[in-house]
Design a binder for this molecule. Structure first.
Ligand code: ZN
Length: 584
């Protein structure tokens, strides 16, 4: 060994010793450092992204077509639960959006449907209608709205309580309920789109006048640029043919958007000669309003100072265009596929923007949906899946017949049972109290004739069970007594969707792939079945471990998980679990 080699050898040994020392010192430092779980870095912003009617399986079916910065970014960097299901029915927009940030199902939020008959006034109300408020920038006869029917606090409410209102909480959507319900009763603001006025609107519940930046946005008439605009496929038709089949199959023929056909390319006019209400309504059935929503959201981030300081803010953004398109063309259509690919690009645009303003490392991003979607019944039937439409008129005839047979034994004329089923005022039209597959009785008439509510519920339930396509029927008495079984998922979901003051006296469930026809719509959702309950649940942020998680989860888990990570009180009625497997 010459001198040079010896020197090199010594240097090498020295290097090894030094490196080993550094490694062990490092270990020592690491051992003394408290586990990162106990001191999570507080994010500056919680960004909830909801896509209305986004089925979980869209993530799998279109993954390879997503852009790197959108849903693919959330899936490759975030924690994703592959088996997340709503544990309630009906699976509608308002109940789902209410659940997302309260961690509670409709039996606890009171948001049992989008609309229901109010037992006190006999009038139909919506989940957010409120006559004591005024709509700001809406159409002339549009109702005021507020979160007053929401019976639980949201994560945003708790974040504001915890910071003496320094946290800012904003909800944005095309639909009023989807902006108002996730942000909560103590939010700073909620903004949504009015198809009557073509404006972004809000409610006097939050402030007396729209902020100037919103008025400026509206005065530029941002939706009018889409008049006469053509919606065509984003990608070559071969991709669509391969994944969802031909455009405009016969099962799409249930309806049409005014001034349009069921085939690509779609020209958006609403049959109008210039931008008006018909055009705004037609625009809802396109991907373009989601673009308006994205532009508005970017402005809101700047003007509402979202994520600007160390106090965590909450921004909830719900893209509604996907729901309108899905109802019109069904979940296996070229249009539904296209609006899914487009919302992925819109989400990428939102995430890039939030990254440039706030830095995604300072943000917790949550992605989910309010419900899934069933195939068009005629499509299901064509595949042998026994789809169908259960007529509510036929169901009512059966119920009336059974009630009359039981309570008008003397065959009196006029029949004293004629007013036993509640009638409600639907904006001036009196309708029978069978809505959302819930039957409502007129308790005044029952009391007048000494009829037992419990008994007449059973009479109606037995009659409903004879209607083809009805799978299950639950009575109010049964649900209130807790007689429903928790081991039966359908009974449990019915119970979780039941709020006695607002739900019906009898609740019906159709067979899978069938639905109750209360108005004409090509495809819909609302059932307790997996195609309606299974939704994405992805959380991306520094406190979350990237992974694909197979544990059962539910949207009720989102709010308590975020509350735990943020160190704030969980919302008042939250029942979900902390999604431990995904937390760092
Ligand atoms: Zn819907």
């Amino acid at each position: 060994m010459n001198k040079m080699t010896r020197l090199r050898c010594r240097a090498l040994v020295f290097l090894i010793i030094v490196s080993l020392t550094i490694v062990s010192l490092g270990n020592l430092v690491q051992a003394q450092r408290p586990a990162s779980k106990s001191i999570p870095a507080k994010p500056r912003l919680v960004l909830l992204i909801v896509v209305d009617q986004f089925r979980y399986d869209y993530l799998e079916r279109y993954y390879d077509l997503f852009v790197p910065g959108g849903l693919k970014r959330l899936l490759t960097q975030g924690a994703s639960w592959v088996d997340a299901n709503y544990d309630h029915m009906p699976t509608y927009t308002a109940p789902g959006h209410a659940t997302l940030m309260t961690g509670a199902y409709p039996a606890l939020t009171g948001i049992v449907a989008n609309e229901w008959p109010d037992r006190e006034t006999g009038k139909k109300v919506s989940s957010v209608s409120d006559d004591t408020t005024k709509l700001l920038a809406g159409g002339p006869r549009e109702q005021g709205t507020s979160p007053r029917r929401l019976m639980a606090s949201t994560l945003g409410d708790e974040m504001r309580l915890a910071t003496n209102d320094r946290a800012r909480v904003i909800g944005i959507s095309l639909k009023d309920r989807s902006a108002i319900l996730p942000s909560g009763r103590h939010a700073n603001a909620a903004y949504w789109f009015s198809a009557q006025s073509g404006n972004i609107v809000s409610s006097s519940y939050y402030f007396e006048q729209l902020p100037k930046w919103v008025e400026d946005f509206n005065s530029s008439r941002p939706v009018n640029q889409y008049f006469n605009k053509v919606w065509d496929r984003l990608l070559p038709e071969t991709e669509y043919l391969k994944r969802v089949g031909a455009d405009s199959p016969e099962w799409e023929d249930i309806g049409k958007v005014a001034g349009d056909t069921n085939a690509f390319p779609h020209k958006i006019t609403g049959g109008a000669a210039e931008p008006n209400r018909d055009f705004y309504a037609a625009l809802e059935y396109s991907p373009f309003l989601n673009d308006v929503l994205l532009s508005f959201t970017k402005l809101a981030i700047v003007n509402e100072h979202m994520g600007e300081d160390d106090v965590t803010d909450l921004l909830s953004v719900s893209f509604s265009g996907n729901d309108y398109v899905g109802h019109r063309y069904g979940p296996y259509s070229q249009e539904a596929m296209d609006v899914t690919l487009r919302v992925d690009r819109q989400i990428a645009g939102l995430l890039d923007y939030v990254d440039s303003r706030v830095g995604l490392r300072n943000v917790v991003v949550v992605f989910s949906a309010d419900h899934g979607m069933a195939p068009i019944p005629e499509h299901a039937t064509a595949l042998g899946l026994s789809g169908g439409r259960v007529s509510s008129t036929v169901a009512l005839q059966k119920i009336r017949g059974a009630i009359s047979a039981r309570y008008n034994t003397g065959n009196k004329n006029p029949d004293p049972t004629a007013d036993y089923i509640m009638k409600y005022d639907d904006f001036g039209t009196m309708k029978d109290g069978l809505i959302n597959a819930n039957l409502y009785f007129n308790t005044l008439a029952l009391n007048r004739d000494g009829v037992s509510l419990d008994e007449i519920e059973r009479v109606a339930a037995n009659a409903l069970m004879t209607v083809p396509g009805i799978a299950r029927v639950f009575t109010r008495e049964q649900l209130m007594r807790g007689a429903a079984s928790f081991t039966d998922p359908i009974e449990r979901r019915a119970l979780h969707g039941f709020y006695p003051q607002r739900s019906g006296d009898v609740v019906a469930v159709t067979d899978p792939f069938k639905y109750f026809v209360e108005y004409t719509v090509t495809a819909t959702h609302g059932s307790p079945y997996n195609y309606d309950s299974h939704v994405p649940l992805i959380i991306m942020g520094s406190s979350f471990k990237h992974g694909r998680y197979y544990q059962a989860a539910a949207p009720t888990d989102i709010a308590p998980t975020l509350a735990a990570v943020l160190g704030v009180q969980p919302p008042s009625n939250s029942v979900g679990r902390v999604l431990l497997e995904g937390v760092q």
